[in-house]
Design a protein around this ligand. Structure first.
Ligand code: GAL
Length: 677
């Protein structure tokens, strides 16, 4: 509802980004020039105030918002809206000096000094009070400004704090979780092992490498707690802004598949999702298509948190960053196609960090729309302007959403528990990469897929893939079973259902909690392979594909064999199986197989579900966004040569003409077509 209101005002896609006028207050000429250049680049939004605390409140209790008001007014008069951040991501020196409690403590129990950013204690009542005060003032000063589009909470919330305040809160969290019953905790965490039983909740310390790190249940709860505590911090900011400005939508910017926060949970209180996208384009180790297809995992994970509305790309960069190992310039044409990819995946914005390069400090060489050179005829400025014009041409597609037949499950709990498990190989677990490898198959087949948590409803999907779902949440197994019974096609892989929500192993055979009956197999052994070791899986049609890293030796429990191992002591044993239950099928892939083998299983599942695939040339990405009776098809050609695609009759918005039949898309070309349904 609130999100729709945001659109009605802008009437199209957002184009703009982080703008830090506070760094240039002594240069009115530059600020004036910014407005002229923004208009030229088709910019319609600026994110303000991201790290402005020390300018808002240079000394405690003395507030200055007039400079920002002037800027906000000037932007608005010139047709540029603003998203206002709360400044809680970084603090002024006076605050740390006066209230040391607000500074973060590492898990090594080292109290940090003043400086950097995201360096605050998540729990500190003092910091929370100071943030509340600041947010209230911002809401009162800017809440009714006609140019305000949305609130942006803090900036890339993240990290962890292990100070005494956080430890106490963690103990209280555990006490509540285990109903005050320390024996229940000892049992759930299997603490009799190595004699690590606890007598009281207040004995429990935050896990650390120089202390307790051998209790997997404890480690997992610390991850969960840190995530919950950060969400709690964010919720306090949301509560203040919502109370004072109920009509202004709220977001915060996520970071890629950030390991420390469960974004599935964090997305819930937000009005819309936004994230910061910084892939290493044009690197020397993979094709542009590969980098971009991998980045689709992040775009799609973000959009899947709130499937009924678009997300925003809050930050990206039109040329290079300053923090990759090698900060390589984006090659000509790459900004256009990769920015359009975010729109194709369901974003309603292309926004940048940053509008203008800062002159000094840590990000003085980070890419920006406007360089130190200050000109509007640079390659980067022209690329941004070209994109801005194109976004205006396709603006009718803003507000539309993708619809997916397939879901890939991605759980932070599973990721945390699996990464922490002292087993398999430290080097090859690759949970997120494995999730991405299945999405890649969907992209190559032109099948739209969402990436969702295992606790989300599955009713909208016909095919569900659960790669390495190591930890099962309560009821997940039951829900997967119901999905199959109703006619769903379910695919799981090796290392599924080994532990429950407390990381206790299931007894009687993996996958646990009833899944061994659903898949019709159980796991007897798992073989972790050294690099360069391999096995093979031979399908019943004779095709043989490579298996590496993990091979489970499984026994049949009612399933039919689709492929068997070719080598080693488990040669001829089942490697890929299927079992019918109700109207659906559960497939089990027992080894980390090369893509073609997984694709064969997915194709089988899609065929059984009646899901059409699309014949796409290699290196071409396709998405469809829907709005009422209209669809918008996006074709992105990452190749350095033109490709031909077959299209139904449609209207190409970028070319302004009807198209149908065989169409040529040039190298790095993008087509955006309106299709009447
Ligand atoms: C983001 C951050 C920005 C800027 C950018 C540089 O993670 O939110 O403030 O530092 O990285 O790439």
């Amino acid at each position: 509802m609130k999100y729709d209101a945001l659109f009605a005002r802008t009437g199209g896609f957002l184009h703009g980004g982080d703008y830090n006028p506070e760094q240039w207050l002594d240069r009115p000429d530059i600020l004036e020039e910014d407005i002229r250049m923004m208009k030229k680049a088709h910019v319609n939004v600026a994110t303000l105030g991201v790290f402005s605390w020390s300018v808002y409140e240079p000394v405690e209790g003395e507030y200055h918002f007039e400079w920002l008001k002037e800027i906000a007014d000037r932007l608005y008069e010139n047709g540029i809206y603003f998203i206002l951040a709360t400044p809680s991501g970084a603090r002024p020196a006076w605050m740390d000096e006066r209230y040391p409690e607000v500074m973060r403590t590492t898990v090594k129990r080292v109290k940090n000094l003043h400086g950097q950013r995201h360096n605050h204690c998540i729990t500190s009542p003092k910091y929370r009070a100071l943030v509340r005060e600041m947010d209230e003032r911002l809401a009162k000063e800017f809440g009714s400004h006609p140019g305000l589009l949305a609130w942006h909470i803090s900036n890339e919330l993240g990290g962890e704090c292990a100070c005494p305040l956080c430890e106490k809160k963690f103990q209280a969290y555990l006490e509540q979780k285990f109903d005050g019953d320390i024996e229940a905790l000892n049992k759930a965490w299997w603490t009799t092992f190595w004699s690590h039983r606890y007598n009281r909740f207040d004995q429990i310390e935050i896990p650390a490498s120089h202390g307790e790190k051998s209790i997997m249940g404890l480690n997992l709860e610390w991850r969960r707690f840190t995530s919950e505590n950060t969400i709690d911090f964010m919720n306090q900011e949301i509560e203040v802004l919502r109370a004072l400005t109920p009509d202004v939508p709220i977001t915060t910017n996520f970071m890629h598949s950030y390991p420390l926060l469960d974004y599935n949970r964090m997305a819930k209180p937000l009005d819309f999702v936004s994230w910061d996208s910084y892939p290493c384009y044009n690197n020397n180790y993979e094709s542009l298509a590969k980098t971009s297809f991998d980045n689709a995992l992040d775009h799609i994970t973000m959009r899947s948190f709130k499937k009924d509305k678009p997300f925003l790309v809050m930050e990206s960069v039109p040329d290079l960053v300053n923090w990759h190992d090698y900060n390589h310039a984006k090659r000509p044409g790459v900004h256009f196609i990769t920015a359009m990819q975010s729109i194709a995946c369901g974003s309603d914005s292309v926004m940048y960090f940053q509008w203008r390069k800062s002159r000094g400090s840590f990000e003085q060489y980070h890419g920006a729309v406007v360089d130190h050179l200050g000109r509007d005829d640079t390659r980067t400025f022209k690329a941004v302007t070209e994109l801005g014009a194109a976004l205006e041409k396709i603006k009718e597609a803003a507000g539309s959403v993708c619809k997916s037949s397939t879901a890939i499950l991605y759980d932070w709990d599973s990721r945390w528990a699996l990464d922490d498990a002292a087993a398999f190989s430290k080097k090859t677990k690759n949970y997120v990469k494995t999730v991405g490898s299945f999405l890649n198959i969907c992209l190559k087949n032109g099948v739209e897929a969402d990436v969702i948590s295992s606790v989300e409803p599955l009713d909208d999907y016909q095919v569900v893939v659960a790669p390495m779902l190591y930890l099962l949440q309560p009821h997940t197994a039951e829900r997967l079973k119901q999905f199959v019974e109703r006619g769903g096609q379910l695919i799981a892989t090796y290392i599924t259902g080994y532990v429950d929500e407390n990381t206790l192993c299931y007894l009687g055979g993996f996958p646990g909690d009833g899944l061994k009956d659903l898949f019709g197999i159980y796991v007897e052994e798992i073989d972790t392979l050294y690099p360069k070791q391999a096995n093979g899986v031979r399908f019943t049609d004779g095709t043989v594909w490579k298996a590496a890293d993990y091979c489970e030796v499984i026994r049949l429990n009612g399933a039919q064999v689709l492929a068997s191992y070719t080598d080693d002591f488990y040669a001829e044993e089942p490697a890929v199986t299927m079992k019918q239950t109700g109207r659906g099928t559960a497939y089990y892939i027992a080894a980390r197989c090369e893509e073609a083998a997984n694709a064969a299983v997915l194709r089988r599942a899609w065929d059984a579900a009646g899901i059409a695939r699309k014949a796409l040339p290699a290196g071409v990405e396709y998405h469809r966004r829907y709005k009422e009776h209209t669809a918008y098809d996006f074709y992105l050609n990452y190749n350095s040569a033109p490709v031909q695609i077959q299209m139904e009759a449609a209207y190409s918005l970028l070319d302004d003409k009807e198209v149908s039949g065989e169409i040529t898309i040039p190298a790095l070309g993008v087509m955006v077509c309106r299709v009447q349904l």
